[in-house]
Write a protein that binds this ligand. Sequence first.
Ligand code: FAD
Length: 452
Amino acid sequence: MKRREFLSLSAFMAVAAACNDLTDNDKFENTSDTVLVIGAGMAGLGAARQLRDKGYTVKVLEGRDRIGGRIWTSRFWPDTPVDLGASWIHGVKGNPLTKLANEAGVTRIETNYDNDILYKTNGEVANAKFRSRMQRLFDQLVKAVSRQAEDGMTLRESIEATPAWAELSAQEKQQIMHIINVTVEHEFAGGIGEMSAVNFDDSEIFGGKDVLFPDGYARITEYLSRDLDIQLEQIVEAVTYGDDGVTIKTNQDLFTADRVIVTLPIGVLKNGTVKFNPPLPAEKQRAIITIGAGLLDKLFLRFPKIFWNEKVEILDWISEKHGRWNEWLNIAFYTGKPILLGFNAADYARQIESWSDREIVADAMRVLRTIYGNDIPNPESWQLSRWRLDPFAFCSYSFNGIGASADTRNTLGKPVVNRLFFAGEATSEDYPATVHGAYLSGVHAASTIMKL
Ligand SMILES: Cc1cc2nc3c(=O)[nH]c(=O)nc-3n(C[C@H](O)[C@H](O)[C@H](O)COP(=O)(O)OP(=O)(O)OC[C@H]3O[C@@H](n4cnc5c(N)ncnc54)[C@H](O)[C@@H]3O)c2cc1C
């Protein structure tokens, strides 16, 4: 969640400018080309918007009964929309989403990650001395890891190979793992046992604050989708391509076009639920295997009253079991409503996705009772995500597993015989795993078609 805090310590941060694929003076010869876009997430909508605005005939095929994909604003609580997918614009400076949000007139609220409170495993508040010692140990470990990390190593292997790690007590290891869980695993959605030690954060960032949307991120996708031809509940099953163009078979119809932009999530590509005929080039298939499909899940609990410190934004708890409800966002801070949002990522999230809602809520409540006592009320209602079990995502977002890098993402995003074009967060070399990365990848795919 605190994006890239881990490596910001080793000063690898770089601020990149948004890619600007087209200028207003560019002329397009082939606007009679027809284009199909698979997926009405941020990449698909970004691509379709760009093409449509330049006069192309474009149709978006979306499998779900809604647009937005991994931007999913639930209005189940009519007075408080909540985002079960993306919440933040990460870095508002120079970020294309800032421009979109301004155009759409959408309200945003800054998040101050330093406005937090840390609870120890037994529920006691950790004081400043405890926290600064914990941070110092973490900083030392990060330095050691950046010396130790080698190609082919997972992050866990590189951590455990450092002398600094061996010297820590069991409790100190638990504290360090807490920081790693909330700053690395929540951020990149991969487990430290599966992410590449050298490339796990191989991406760029925008500067400025992070902001979230009290009215829901869907305000952005709704704005982008205006006047677009979007067909919902068209589940793409097969894509056939060749010299004559592209044919797409869905659960309902056949569609033909000159070109297609595929924005399927990496989880869907890995699952092979959409067949390509002829099969995708071998290098692209390898990229699909190499890029990881990560998991970050959310649980919103709505209580009859606020029983926590409503002035604090982030509530952290050092769990005994790795990754168990380590971080909560105080939604009351932004909305005044008695709602907490708990996060889970990677291994723990995978473990609990198969539990029933009640089991998940009970597990979360045991943690909140450890912190706030047995007298706190039960939640009146809850909403939660299971992104790995979602057949239109099979993941939350991509991460760099062993062997994956910006080059792998470039390979994933390469067009095939100028018929198939690829976009989506996993194809973004610079900004994977983000909404802006998805959007820019869609704009880029559209621009590539326009330049043909
Ligand atoms: C819990 C969570 C929290 C996140 N938090 C943030 C955040 O705070 N900030 C941030 O920048 N990013 C965040 N992200 C990442 C961000 O949401 C994604 O990177 C981005 O939305 C992906 O957009 P996309 O267009 O690439 O993919 P998607 O949004 O997944 O779009 C792909 C579309 O394809 C559709 N589709 C799939 N299969 C088929 C099929 N067979 N036929 C037809 N359609 C199909 C899907 O339904 C979907 O609509 C988060 C993601 C999750 C899950």
